[in-house]
Write a protein of this length. Structure first.
Length: 239
C-alpha cells in the first residue's frame, strides 16, 4: 500500500519546468537565499492541497483499520478529485466499503460540460471502480438515500459565495448524517478554519466554521483543525 498517487495526475498539473527555471531554483537553494515552487497552488484549479490529501489518506485509513462500521460518503463531489483518493484507499485496503457521492452535478467551476460524465471518465482513466452516485440537491437526496451506517463523510459543498447560505447547507447535511455516523466515524469539513488561521491561506468558505461551531455546541464531539497549507479543513470523531 502507498499514497504516492496523491502527488500524481490529476492532482499535479503537468507543467514542465524550463532548464532556466531549474537553474535558477538550484542557484537560489545553493546560496540559501530562497526557493521556487514548480507547482503554484491556484484556488480556481486546485480543489485540494497535497497536505490535505495526506490527511485524507490517513483519516480514511484510520476508520478502515479500526473497522468502523458503515460506508464512505461525500457531499459535494464535482468531478471527483477527493472521491478518486477515497476510492483509491478503499481499493488498496480491500475493505469492501462502498463510496457514495452526492451532488447536483450542476455547478461549473474550472471544468465545464456534463460534470457527472467528466467524473465517470476520471474514474475510468484512473482504473478505479465508479462509485454510487446520488444526483440531485442534498435537500432531496439525503433524507432517503443515505446508507444506514456511515464510517467516513467528507463535506465539501462550498462555492465561495454567501457564508450564511453555505452554513445553512452544511447544517442541513450535518443534521441528516449525524444519526447515521457509527461510533468512531470521522466527519471532515472542507474549508474549516480553526480559530488561529494561517498567514497565506485562503478562507474561501467561512460558513464551514460557522456551521461546525453551531452544530457541535450541544454535542460531545469537538473539531480538530488540520494544517493544509493554502487550504483548510478539520474533522470530528463521532463519540
Ligand atoms: C467545491 S465543489 C466539490 C469539490 C470536490 N469535493 C472535489 O474533490 O473536486 C462543491 C460541490 O458541491 C455541490 N453542491 C453545493 N451545494 C449543493 C446542494 N445543495 N446540493 C447538491 N450539490 C451541491 C456543487 O454542485 C459542487 O459540485
Amino acid at each position: 500500500m502507498n499514497n504516492f498517487f496523491i502527488a500524481k495526475e490529476p492532482y499535479t498539473r503537468s507543467v514542465k519546468a524550463s532548464p532556466l527555471f531549474n537553474l535558477l531554483k538550484k542557484s537560489l537553494r545553493f546560496f540559501k537565499i530562497g526557493d521556487l515552487k514548480s507547482h503554484i497552488f491556484d484556488p480556481m484549479m486546485d480543489m485540494t492541497t497535497v497536505e490535505q490529501r495526506i490527511s485524507y489518506f490517513h483519516l480514511l485509513n484510520r476508520v478502515i483499520d479500526t473497522k468502523v462500521r458503515g460506508e464512505i460518503i461525500e457531499f459535494g463531489t464535482f468531478t471527483g478529485y477527493c472521491a478518486l483518493l477515497f476510492q483509491n484507499v478503499i481499493e488498496q485496503s480491500k475493505s469492501g466499503k462502498e463510496l457514495h457521492l452526492y451532488d447536483s452535478f450542476e455547478t461549473q467551476f474550472m471544468e465545464t460540460g456534463n460534470i457527472q460524465d467528466i467524473l465517470i471518465a476520471n474514474f475510468k482513466k484512473a482504473k478505479l471502480q465508479v462509485p454510487i452516485m446520488h444526483k440531485g440537491y442534498f435537500q432531496d437526496t439525503l433524507p432517503t438515500q443515505l446508507p444506514d451506517e456511515v464510517a467516513f463523510v467528507h463535506m465539501d459543498c462550498g462555492f465561495g459565495g454567501d457564508k450564511f447560505e453555505h452554513r445553512d447547507i452544511l447544517l442541513f447535511c450535518l443534521n441528516q448524517v449525524y444519526p447515521k455516523l457509527s461510533k468512531g466515524a470521522i466527519c471532515v469539513l472542507m474549508d474549516y478554519m480553526g480559530a488561529e488561521g494561517i498567514e497565506g491561506g485562503y478562507d474561501v468558505n467561512p460558513g464551514a466554521k460557522l456551521a461546525a461551531d453551531e452544530f457541535l455546541k450541544d454535542k460531545p464531539e469537538t473539531m480538530v483543525a488540520l494544517y493544509g497549507n493554502e487550504c483548510y479543513h478539520g474533522y470530528f470523531v463521532k463519540q
